[in-house]
Design a binder for this molecule. Structure first.
Ligand code: SAH
Length: 286
């Protein structure tokens, strides 16, 4: 780490961050309806049980000759996302461009445009499109993103198969995505290289410490949730930046989607409903 600035510590435990839930919701509503979904209490499961998804895979037909490469297939998924409340044209345009079926095994490709999570190996899953759409829309609510009209400098924790990273490349100016499982990192690197994602840097590392060399970030998004938002993520968030992450609640009460905005005067936290992501784990795995 060469030019890392002396980071001011922000010893802000999540519980002590000012809750901006109410005002955040009001703002979201004004921007076009995220609040309805954001405040929904229904449990959203972006990552379902791997066994269930494997069972589905066994029932699925091979992808050959099914026209999955056609833009129409993606357009239908986009239309469904729109019907279900995803309203941001920039987010929907990204979904219309990225071929999701290439990010899953061929045996699962026929399900790639359904609103479902799918296994990507190593006990991990690609998140459900509607949940990804919701997280991306939330990122656009950050002050810097609103001002710039794009997500700016982005940090993604949990590359997985790289699908969300590909979407982020279309929405931000530069994207760093960190993955702790080597085989997933390698696979995503190979695939995304063929897609010539020039704005993207994939990092094999422990995302719990973020990625200081690329900081500060206008947008930070995590696809895995721990019991607390790591301090490093808060340190690496730009003033005017927004962080969206699942956080495990104490006492086995499941995860909630947490949004943290960094303002000149400090951090503001809002909770946006129940979610279920894979756990955020520390350390690397080969
Ligand atoms: N955005 C991904 C979702 C992958 S699931 C996609 O589009 O496919 C979440 C990922 O987070 C998993 O691949 C898991 O290995 C990874 N993960 C969990 N803890 C991590 C950590 N500390 N650092 C980096 N990645 C982590």
């Amino acid at each position: 780490m060469t030019s890392e600035r002396t980071t001011r510590r922000f010893p802000v435990a999540l519980g002590r961050l000012a809750s901006a839930s109410a005002s955040a919701s009001a703002k979201e509503t004004a921007r076009g309806g995220v609040a309805t979904r954001a405040s929904a209490t229904a449990l959203i499961r972006p990552q379902r049980h791997v066994a269930a998804a494997h069972a589905d895979a066994a029932r699925s037909r091979p992808a050959v000759g099914l026209g999955l490469d056609s833009a129409d297939v993606r357009a239908r998924m986009v239309e469904r996302l729109r019907r279900e409340g995803a309203g941001d044209a920039r987010v929907l345009a990204a979904f219309a461009e990225v071929p999701r079926h290439l990010f899953v095994d061929a045996g699962l490709a026929t399900q790639a445009y359904e609103d479902t999570s799918l296994p990507i190996g190593h006990g991990q899953t690609i998140s459900k499109p509607s949940v990804v759409a919701r997280m991306l829309e939330l990122l656009f609510g950050g002050a810097n993103a609103q001002e710039k009209g794009h997500l700016g400098a982005v940090l993604e924790i949990g590359t997985g198969c790289g699908y969300q990273a590909a979407l982020l490349c279309r929405l931000g100016r530069r994207v760093i995505s960190v993955e702790r499982l080597r085989p997933l990192h390698d696979k995503a690197r190979t695939l995304l290289a063929t897609m010539r994602e020039t704005r993207l840097r994939l990092v094999y590392g422990d995302g719990v410490i973020g990625h200081a060399p690329g900081a500060p970030y206008d947008s930070i998004v995590a696809a895995a949730g721990g019991s607390e938002i790591p301090q490093a993520w808060l340190d690496q968030l730009a003033v005017g930046g927004r962080l969206v992450s699942p956080v495990q609640q104490p006492g086995g009460r499941g995860q909630v989607l947490v949004v943290v905005d960094r303002r000149a005067e400090g951090f503001a936290r809002a909770v946006h409903g129940a979610v279920k992501f894979v756990p955020l784990k520390s350390g690397l795995a080969r």
